[in-house]
Design a protein around this ligand. Structure first.
Ligand SMILES: Nc1nc2c(ncn2[C@@H]2O[C@H](COP(=O)(O)OP(=O)(O)OP(=O)(O)O)[C@@H](O)[C@H]2O)c(=O)[nH]1
Length: 956
């Protein structure tokens, strides 16, 4: 057969040549070298035991055939039955060992420790589960044999493989299938077997937490000191992985055991222990973990001021204060934060904090200020605006306006309040009002003159009497007589007063007859008249106005001289007049009284001198005296705006002497005496007491009755005049506003108050002032005329712009607009009116103001018609067959339906017909058919009254 050399066999066996040679030597077949040829028996002896630990089946195949045949044998191995038969067949002798080998195989199923020795085989077992059922009977077969045999030798064999080697090859081969047969039985039992088989490791893992618990118990003891407690915690954390590394990577470990190990690194974050606590049933480990965190929380708390709040910080600080220096620093931070909080949230945070409370109190103290008593008196000048009063009282203007509204006064912040209103308001707010207005009258009041400085002055006479009793005639008669007798050729000027001379003595007559003017001047505070001449017509006697004149004179305390006029008339009865006047206490001297009666005739110039003598006599009785050697003081008797001279006024000097060039103030105006002239048109350089003169030089037209006072300088005169103007404006505005507020509803119903704005430009200041003043006087309750701007010079673009913005009219006197201004005015549509005469301008403005007035409607009667028959017309309604009894009936006019003189309907006609034709109107005495809009209740005998509303332009 084939020869097998040593090295070939060594290769087949996978061993070195030397080892094979050693084995051969042990078998008693020594060889000298590796090329030596071996006998087949020797090869068998060598290969059989040599294949057992590695590839037994291959070794069996080699023994019988070449390697190619081994494969065939391997297939046979897959059928355990045949293999078992074959395994038992070739070796007859070790048949008895086969059951012995099966016995330990059976033990393997019962004893799990044995397969553990060879893991590799355990894998093979798992890979061949199928053969298990068929092998079971095979295993059962040898089982009885095994039962007969003692189990002791079988038990020895598996314990040590070294001991199995010397065993018979048959026995070892029999053991293989035995293990394979039992393997399926082991497979399902593997999990169960593994648990008891590997507990050696798990007890170690479970022991770790048990070992850790004492470690944690140590941490419990360090609760009180947070920072040192952290160090042991860290040490423990490092120790734990060291102890837990071994069990952790092992597979198959129970989860309950694995988690603590896998989560060990987590404690480094400082949060893991908190999460681990719920997984442990022991409360003890929780405390040591939480307490170190308590220290961390304190640090976090220092970084987060908001949730902790000031009080929390204070508590932390108190707790941590005695611990360490670091805690002192940590305590400072919350303290700073606490201060900030006090600043930004003083209200809620300040509760219970002294500092916060103090700050709030300080703020309140600054707000509440109680002014001194002297400061609670508000001094005003006649009037004060709402805003100014609120400012003085230190309150909001809105509060004051609210208070005014409660009083029923709707006011704005610029609303002027008069003294009384301001006093009421201020009282409500605990203030007092004191009127410290510049009392000009007191300032200008005449100082009492020394008796030696007083000189006799002419009497000032006013003539009163009933209508047509001859007042004017008497004045003219006296004057004419005097003129004729005195200065022939003089041109009489009507300046409102004149003086006559008799026997070297002057008498001044006021040329404003009637008690109305007398009383009006009195009402203005002017006491001008010294003597009253009461004119009573001898033929008419005492009349109503005579009585009034007597009463007015008596009220003024002015002596009366009775002039019985018209004695030239045949029917004159002076005695009756004397008798009638007795009832008023005016008793003639001849009748025992003290009243002077002079019978005169103005027409016939009878007893005029006697009258003047009586006047002088009365003046003597009165002892009329004045000091001529001082600044003039008088009364405006009459004033007007002269075309060429501007404002002129007749001044009756009452004391002192007025000279040309004197500065003066008269009412709200001031000026300088440019020129004076008497009633005869003569220029006079000076005017003494009781001398009437016409003065030129006023800045505006004064009112009759204004007090005229000469001033030392223009500045003083201007200041006083301006003050009076301001006072007048405020009082007028207050009066106007009050009125408008009282009638607020009506004003709203009617519309806004209409304003006419003007801009006045002139060549000289005098004319500008005169025009402006005249325009202002045109202001009425319905229309307010405002002079926005008044100045000297040409009309400029600025003026036009102002007019455009204010919707104003520009009035120019002897001036022309600039070229650009004219173009701009045309472009902007500004009305520029140029005048040379002031009166024309005033008239134009008057007309313009009348145009602004709301037209009034007046009903105009048109006619009447009587219903004679009523017809009912389908789709039309009732139609009245009527007869026009008066006037005419107009189709588009308005009609009233009267029934028994009671208006039952007022509206319009829907149709007016004559027979079948529509007509516009039907005249009187004609019949017609009429129907009303939306009204059908027509009855025979009803009256149609036709009328229309006529528009009437408003008049100032
Ligand atoms: N016969 C006669 N007629 C006189 C006399 N005085 C006035 N008259 C006439 O009486 C009328 C009224 O005269 P006036 O001077 O206008 O009287 P008055 O009081 O001024 O009238 P009023 O201005 O309207 O208040 C005139 O027609 C005069 O001519 C007089 O002495 N004798």
């Amino acid at each position: 057969m084939s020869k097998t050399r040593v090295y070939e066999l060594a290769q087949q066996m996978g061993i070195d040549n030397k080892e094979l040679m050693a084995r051969l030597a042990a078998l008693g077949e020594p060889v000298t070298n590796h090329m030596a040829v071996l006998e087949d028996s020797v090869v068998k002896a060598l290969t059989a035991p040599a294949q057992q630990p590695t590839h037994k089946e291959v070794s069996q195949e080699e023994v019988r055939v070449k390697p190619t045949l081994i494969r065939r044998r391997a297939k046979v191995v897959e059928t355990p039955e045949s293999e078992a038969v074959e395994a038992a067949a070739p070796v007859e002798e070790p048949v008895q060992e086969a059951p012995a080998a099966a016995a330990p195989a059976k033990d393997v199923a019962e004893e799990p420790k044995k397969p553990v020795r060879d893991p590799g085989r355990a894998i093979i077992i798992e890979a061949a589960p199928k053969p298990a059922p068929p092998q079971a009977p095979a295993a059962a077969k040898p089982a009885p044999a095994a039962e007969t045999k003692p189990a002791a030798p079988a038990a020895k064999a598996p314990e040590t493989p070294v001991e199995a080697k010397p065993a018979a090859p048959a026995a070892s081969e029999a053991a293989k299938p035995a293990e394979k047969v039992e393997a399926p039985a082991q497979a399902p039992q593997a999990p169960a077997a593994a648990q008891p088989a590997q507990p050696a490791a798990p007890p170690k893992v479970e022991a770790q937490p048990e070992q850790a618990s004492p470690t944690r118990a140590k941490i419990l003891g360090r609760v009180e000191i947070p920072i040192p407690a952290q160090r042991p915690a860290e040490r423990r954390e490092y120790q734990r992985p060291a102890n837990g590394e071994r069990p952790a990577p092992r597979p198959g470990m129970p989860r309950g055991v694995e988690r603590p190990g896998t989560e060990r690194p987590a404690p480094r974050t400082g949060e893991r222990p908190a999460g681990a606590h719920p997984r442990t049933d022991r409360p003890a480990p929780l405390a040591p973990v939480e307490l170190p965190l308590g220290g961390d929380d304190r640090r976090k708390g220092a970084r987060k001021p908001a949730p902790a709040g000031g009080t929390d910080y204070a508590k932390n600080g108190k707790k941590g204060a005695p611990a360490t220096k670091g805690k002192k620093e940590a305590f400072k931070k919350p303290d700073l934060m606490d201060k900030r909080e006090r600043v930004f949230e003083p209200g809620p945070r300040s509760k219970g904090k002294k500092r916060g409370v103090e700050k709030v109190q300080i703020g309140k103290k600054t707000e509440i200020t109680v002014p001194k008593a002297i400061k609670r008196i508000i001094k005003i000048s006649e009037s004060i605006t709402v805003g100014e009063l609120a400012k003085r009282m230190g309150i909001k203007a809105t509060d004051l306006i609210r208070a005014l509204m409660k009083m029923g006064v709707m006011a704005t912040i610029n609303h002027p309040l008069d003294f009384d209103t301001a006093t009421i308001l201020a009282t409500d707010f605990g203030y007092e009002i004191e009127n410290v207005a510049l009392d000009v009258e007191e300032m200008l009041e005449a100082e009492p003159d020394a008796p030696e400085s007083l000189q006799k002055r002419p009497p000032v006479v006013t003539i009163m009497g009933h209508v047509d009793h001859g007042k004017t005639s008497l004045l003219d008669a006296i004057r004419e007589t005097n003129v004729i007798a005195g200065e022939a050729g003089g041109i009489t000027q009507h300046i409102g007063a004149y003086d006559v001379e008799l026997n070297g003595r002057k008498i001044t007559f006021l040329d404003t007859p009637g008690h109305e003017a007398f009383t009006a001047m009195r009402a203005r505070g002017a006491k001008v008249t010294d003597i009253v001449i009461l004119v009573v017509a001898a033929d008419d006697g005492v009349m109503p106005q005579t009585r009034e004149a007597v009463n007015h004179s008596k009220a003024a305390g002015v002596p009366i001289i009775i002039a019985i006029n018209k004695i030239d008339k045949p029917e004159a009865n002076p005695t009756r007049v004397k008798q009638e006047l007795m009832e008023f206490g005016l008793v003639a001297e001849e009748w025992g009284g003290d009243t002077i009666f002079v019978e005169v005739s103005a027409k016939k110039r009878i007893n005029l001198e006697a009258l003047l003598e009586m006047v002088l006599l009365q003046a003597d009785v009165l002892e009329l005296k004045a000091n001529p050697d001082k600044a003039a003081r008088g009364t405006i008797v009459e004033a007007k705006l002269d075309k060429g001279r501007g404002p002129v006024a007749t001044v009756l000097v009452q004391e002192g002497t007025m000279k040309v060039g004197d500065y003066f103030v008269a009412g709200v105006h001031y000026g300088r005496v440019r020129a004076m002239q008497n009633d005869r048109g003569e220029k006079v350089p000076a005017a003494g007491p009781a001398m009437p003169v016409e003065v030129i030089g006023f800045t505006g037209v004064p009112d009759a009755g204004d007090i005229f006072v000469a001033m030392g300088d223009e500045k003083q005169a201007k200041e006083i005049a301006n003050h009076r103007q301001m006072k007048l404006r405020e009082s007028e505005l207050a009066k106007h506003s009050k009125l408008s507020l009282e009638q607020l509803y009506e004003k709203i119903q009617k519309g806004e108050v209409k304003d006419l704005n003007t801009i006045v430009k002139g060549d000289v200041q005098g004319s500008v002032e005169a025009v402006a003043e005249s325009l202002r006087k045109l202001t009425t309750a319905a229309i307010r005329l405002n002079v926005l701007h008044a100045s000297v010079g040409a009309i400029t673009e600025t003026d036009v712009n102002l007019a455009s913005a204010s919707n104003a009219i520009i009035l120019g006197f002897n001036v022309r607009p600039e070229v650009k201004a004219a173009a701009l005015a045309e472009k902007e549509g500004v009305d520029v009116r140029l005048y040379n005469i002031i009166y024309d301008a005033v008239d134009d403005i008057k007309k313009a103001m009348e145009g602004l007035l709301e037209p009034t409607f007046k009903e105009k009667y048109l006619g009447r018609a009587e219903i004679r028959e009523v017809f009912s017309v389908p789709k039309v309604g009732n139609v009245a067959g009527s007869y026009v009894t008066d006037g005419k009936i107009v189709r588009n006019a308005q009609v009233r339906l009267l029934r028994d003189n009671v208006v039952v309907y007022e509206g319009k006609l829907s149709s007016l017909r004559r027979f079948k034709d529509d007509v516009k109107e039907v005249a009187s005495n004609y019949e017609c058919g009429m129907s009303l809009e939306n009204y059908n209740d027509l009855k025979i005998g009803d009256i149609f009254e036709c009328f229309e509303m006529e528009k009437v332009a408003g008049k100032l």
